[in-house]
Design a protein around this ligand. Structure first.
Ligand SMILES: [Zn+2]
Length: 178
């Protein structure tokens, strides 16, 4: 669903986390770690591919008459590519699962080309999708540090820090061991 215009940042993030949980529930029932965002995108009806997107863009959603193409720049590392795919799924979910034919939603490297709300949502969604709450908290409880968790869930370490910070704000996660 498109985001209502009057949400606070915290409400946008909470909405994104709820939506990511719902998508995991419906499309990643095994709940194993190293979630495969490409498989989830496929389950949502998107065709995923990598392609050179030039120096300015790193991801696109392109509406077609028969579905949606989710394109990730082919230059990034596997971790970046997974995160980019999850971020684009966030945009797709936020749009209610459909992109109008001939419409393209492009993520640029630099610019504030779209509203902050959409990007806040897509980033929060991506982190919550790739670091599902229960296994993430279990890893934390096990004493795993950010690097170990990043390796296990196949995400950039910054995503681990981000997930931990937001769960702590909700009172769910302890501070990582020093
Ligand atoms: Zn984006």
């Amino acid at each position: 669903m498109p985001l209502p215009p009057d949400l606070t940042i915290d409400e946008i993030r909470a909405t994104a986390r709820r939506d990511a949980d719902r998508i995991l529930h419906d499309h990643w029932p095994s709940r194993t770690t190293s979630v495969d965002p490409r498989a989830i995108a496929h389950a949502l009806g998107a065709r995923v591919r990598t392609a050179p997107l030039g120096e300015h863009a790193w991801g696109m959603l392109v509406g077609q008459a028969d579905g949606v193409d989710l394109v990730v720049d082919d230059h990034g590392s596997e971790l970046r590519s997974r995160f980019a795919c999850a971020h684009k799924i966030g945009h797709l979910v936020e749009r209610g699962g459909a992109i109008s034919p001939q419409e393209a939603l492009t993520d640029m490297r630099s610019a504030h080309h779209r509203t902050r709300a959409e990007e806040t949502y897509a980033n929060e969604f991506a982190v919550a999708l790739l670091l599902p709450e229960s296994p993430f908290l279990a890893a934390r409880a096990n004493g795993d540090d950010d690097v170990a968790i990043a390796r296990r869930f196949l995400v950039p370490p910054v995503a681990v820090r981000w997930r931990g910070m937001h769960l702590r704000r909700e009172g769910k996660a302890a501070r990582p061991a020093a």
